[in-house]
Ligand binder design. Structure first.
Ligand SMILES: NC(=O)c1ccc[n+]([C@@H]2O[C@H](COP(=O)([O-])OP(=O)(O)OC[C@H]3O[C@@H](n4cnc5c(N)ncnc54)[C@H](O)[C@@H]3O)[C@@H](O)[C@H]2O)c1
Length: 459
């Protein structure tokens, strides 16, 4: 039986040992899914804290219930280790380590390089190795393939190498690791076959593509698509503000078109490990080929200016109340980068807080999922959402619209709210004056609407 047939048989019979390198937002759910599918899974991570947590049957990832980890660890299906030598035991390895940007906004490939070295050192015939970290097109072929070949292994015969982008969406209750289709592209056709069979063992739908580059670019297209459309709708919020039109009304109305329109919503900017970073991997790669990716650059420029736009709104709103930002108490609601998650990486809330603090505002925050976070060496702690805090502050800024927040209570207690997410849309009028990202719409309430152009009423 060939190496390929042996591996396929091990997947079929669930006797293959599965390894996941990097047990974070991507790796832990994947490890749990393979363990649930009946495989013995070994998670390898350089963080002792993460490894100890998993072996203790606890989860550090909000979307993965601790009870699921505990049950799989108890059954002996899931274990974690910091011992790289264990990788030699593993038949199928998924690498899910971070791919951040350096300060220069160039890719920081150090984690992928280090994980590749670790895997290559233990590589042996009969292994499948899949890179899942989001990266620039060419990474699998340029970084991983030579590392395997340097160990005397023929890719496509002795070992099988592929790229398969992770599409996990933290906080999404409908789409998870198991039911989100998985794109797979191998270095050779045999590599694709083996990788497809591997993922089919635990993921509902697997989509083969012709090469690792096609798979790498698929992920970058998906996230660039989001970044560009968010940039467009953020610019639309600014446009609507200048025109005196409510952007939320316009988006809702456009959303009634049954075809050709996809709803995106404006906000305080983009965050997380994906949307703000991934498009820059593609932009960087294309710069090396002397091509400028203009959509990526423009979207990034607009999205990264949104925190400053929000702060301008706060300054103007306080000014209307005859208050200076300097010395005003500003309560930020939500610091996670999006609703109902606990991740503050690249969160626009951090920029909003920094910009307000630079203007000497007295800034506090409340986030039900983020009790503390550290930025530039300073620790910030979530304050209680007490009546005294709401009544005492000069402005509330809703940056992240967590569903567990009682927005009616904010409207009833606070005096001024800058709502960057339209979170107060279902509230009834209370004590607070509400300022939106764009003009709130006077037109719907009036029988004879008065068009407003560039801030001037057209008679
Ligand atoms: N978080 C998301 O929503 C998401 C979604 C899709 C794709 N991705 C991509 O998946 C990859 C992983 O992201 P994440 O959010 O899971 O990161 P993470 O920071 O949550 O987890 C990465 C883990 O890898 C470990 N690690 C770092 N270097 C290592 C090494 N050399 N060997 C072993 N372990 C190592 C870290 O200790 C950490 O536990 C990134 O490329 C990211 O762009 C993330």
């Amino acid at each position: 039986m060939s190496t390929k047939e042996q591996l396929l048989q091990k997947f079929e019979q669930r006797t293959a040992k599965v390894g996941v390198i990097g047990l974070g937002y991507v790796g832990l759910p994947l490890a749990v899914e393979f363990a649930r599918a009946g495989f013995h899974v070994v998670g390898y991570d350089v963080s002792e804290r993460v490894v100890d947590l998993v072996n203790d049957g606890r989860s550090h990832i909000k979307d993965v219930p601790g009870s699921a980890v505990a049950a799989l660890v108890k059954e002996g299906r899931l274990e974690a280790t910091t011992d790289a030598a264990r990788i030699a035991e593993i038949d199928a390895i998924s690498i899910a380590v971070p791919t951040p940007l350096a300060k220069t906004r160039d890719p920081d490939m150090s984690y992928v390089v280090s994980a590749t070295d670790t895997v290559a050192r233990s590589a042996r015939p009969g292994q499948l190795i899949v890179l899942e970290s989001t990266t620039y097109p060419g990474t699998t072929r340029e970084l991983l393939l030579p590392a395997m070949e340097a160990h005397g292994l023929v890719v496509g015969r002795d070992v099988f190498l592929a790229f398969s982008p992770e599409r996990v969406d933290p906080g999404n209750e409908k789409w998870n690791t198991k039911n989100t289709p998985k794109v797979v592209g191998g270095i050779t056709a045999a590599c694709t076959d083996v990788a497809v069979a591997f993922y089919k063992a635990c993921i509902d739908s697997v989509v083969p593509v012709s090469s690792p580059e096609a798979a790498e670019l698929t992920k970058l297209l998906e996230n660039t698509f989001r970044s560009v459309n968010i940039g467009l709708v953020n610019e639309m919020a600014i446009v609507c503000d200048r025109l005196g039109v409510n952007v939320w009304e316009v988006i809702d109305a456009a959303g009634t078109k049954p075809f050709g329109f996809m709803r995106f919503t404006p906000g305080p900017g983009i965050g997380g490990h994906c949307i703000p970073l991934d498009p820059h991997y593609l932009a960087w790669k294309m710069r090396t080929l002397n091509y400028k990716t203009r959509f990526i650059d423009l979207a990034s420029e607009i999205n990264s200016q949104m925190p400053a736009y929000v702060v301008e709104k706060v300054v103007a709103a306080l000014n209307d109340e005859r208050k200076a930002v300097n010395g005003s108490r500003v309560l930020v609601i939500g610091v996670a980068y999006k609703r109902d998650i606990d991740d503050v990486r690249e969160s626009p809330a951090l920029d909003v807080i920094r910009l307000l603090e630079e203007m000497d505002a007295d800034v506090a925050y409340h986030d039900p999922y983020v009790s503390t976070f550290r930025e530039d060496g300073i620790e910030h702690s979530s304050v209680e959402l007490s009546d005294a805090e709401l009544k005492g502050c000069d402005a509330v800024v809703i940056v992240t619209d967590h569903t567990s927040i009682d927005y009616q209570r904010l409207v009833n207690r606070a005096s001024l709210i800058v709502d960057t997410r339209n979170a107060t849309r279902r509230t009834t009028p209370g004590r607070a004056r509400i300022v939106s990202l764009s003009a709130t719409n006077p037109l719907v309430a009036e029988e004879h609407p008065t068009p407003v152009v560039a801030g001037k009423v057209v008679a």
